[in-house]
Design a protein around this ligand. Structure first.
Ligand code: ASP
Length: 342
């Protein structure tokens, strides 16, 4: 490190900072002062760490757009003062929040590293200490005065991932996340090995936070036997602006005519319909099979190899860009905005 970095550590809650209730044994969040006492190593870093906590730390299953706004506000208002940010977050919805922040915070050129853990930091076998300590090291890392990772990323169990490529894959293993369609940004062993080809290049930009998040979105996971009235219950929502279809294989759905009819009606109402595959790896290619061609013809947009987490938060982001017409918003859905599409 050439100069002492100034870091902001934001605590949102999650297992990493939870303790067991003595009576029920259930985990609940503690405040950051208690957490700091658990990690004396925080004082040993060759960088200055300021700590901030959400007003009320949460289990990340309680995450919502209001909390995203609070987080955006904290980052935007302190962006100039700090060289990097580490966000401690519950692992359950971390891929959603990390994806959301990657879209809603435009022009990021500093490290914003999400991390959490599977075991509370107070437990002897915790994964939280290593995750937090290495996330801090990555957020502070500079070369020639510039951050090595100038983007929103997620660090968990020795791997650094691009935020909007991640998904939680295990409720049990310490290796809880994957980035199925994009290489690691870095791997931590004795040294932290950065994958410079995969990391976004630094650019001189001014950050802007989109806090007017549009949450008029929904998703339907297609399954054999899906009934039209069930589909309609969602498709007919009066304020719906964006719908994600989770489809089979390379983007296929049953070829029943009612399906195309419903999609055409959604199109006429100006609802943006995006096609994401249920498969973990690979990409939607709508023209590949007849069962995908009719979606293409009905105006559904291919989500290519986006994760569900990236697709739903990108939809919220684009719909919050009020200065764009619906056609313009639509035109950006399948464009690579933040490295979320190959
Ligand atoms: N339920 C917890 C949360 O997401 C799980 C975790 O932190 O790993 O907040």
């Amino acid at each position: 490190m050439s100069e002492r970095s100034e870091l902001l550590l934001i605590y949102t809650g999650g297992t990493i900072g939870m303790v067991e209730d003595v009576e029920t044994g259930a985990l609940h969040p503690i405040n950051f002062d208690q957490l700091q006492a658990e990690i004396p190593e925080l004082k040993k870093f060759d960088c200055n760490i300021t700590v901030k906590s959400l007003l009320s730390p949460i289990d990340s299953s309680n995450m919502n757009v209001q909390v995203w706004k609070e987080l955006l506000q904290i980052i935007e208002s302190s962006y100039e003062k700090f060289d990097g940010f580490v966000i401690m977050h519950g692992s359950d919805t971390m891929a959603y929040t990390a994806s959301a922040i990657s879209f809603l915070l435009e022009n990021v050129n500093k490290p914003i590293i999400f991390t959490g853990s599977q075991l509370p930091i107070g437990k002897i076998r915790t994964d939280g200490k290593e995750n937090l300590i290495t996330a801090i090291e990555i957020a502070a890392a500079k070369e020639n005065g510039k951050p090595i990772v100038p983007e929103v990323a997620l660090y968990f169990e020795y791997s650094l991932y691009r935020a909007n490529r991640t998904t939680k894959v295990s409720a049990e293993n310490f290796e809880a996340f994957q980035s199925p369609n994009y290489p690691l940004l870095a791997e931590a062993g004795v040294h932290i090995k950065y994958n410079r080809f995969a990391i976004r290049k630094w650019e001189d930009k001014k950050v802007i936070a989109r806090k007017n998040i549009n949450d008029q979105v929904a998703s339907v996971k297609i399954f054999p036997g899906l009934r039209r009235d069930v589909f309609q219950a969602i498709a007919n929502l009066p304020n719906l602006r964006g719908l994600i279809l989770e489809t089979f294989g390379s983007g296929n759905v049953p070829s029943d005519s009612w399906f195309s009819e419903e999609i055409l009606r959604l199109n006429e109402r100006g609802v943006i319909v995006l096609n994401i595959t249920q498969c973990t790896t690979g990409s939607v290619i709508q023209g590949k099979y007849e069962t995908g061609v009719h979606l293409e013809n009905a105006g559904v947009i291919s989500g290519k190899d986006m994760t569900f987490e990236a697709a739903i938060t990108k939809m919220m982001y684009l719909l919050s860009c009020d200065e764009l017409s619906i056609d313009e918003q639509k035109s950006y859905v399948d464009k690579n905005l933040r490295g979320e599409i190959s």
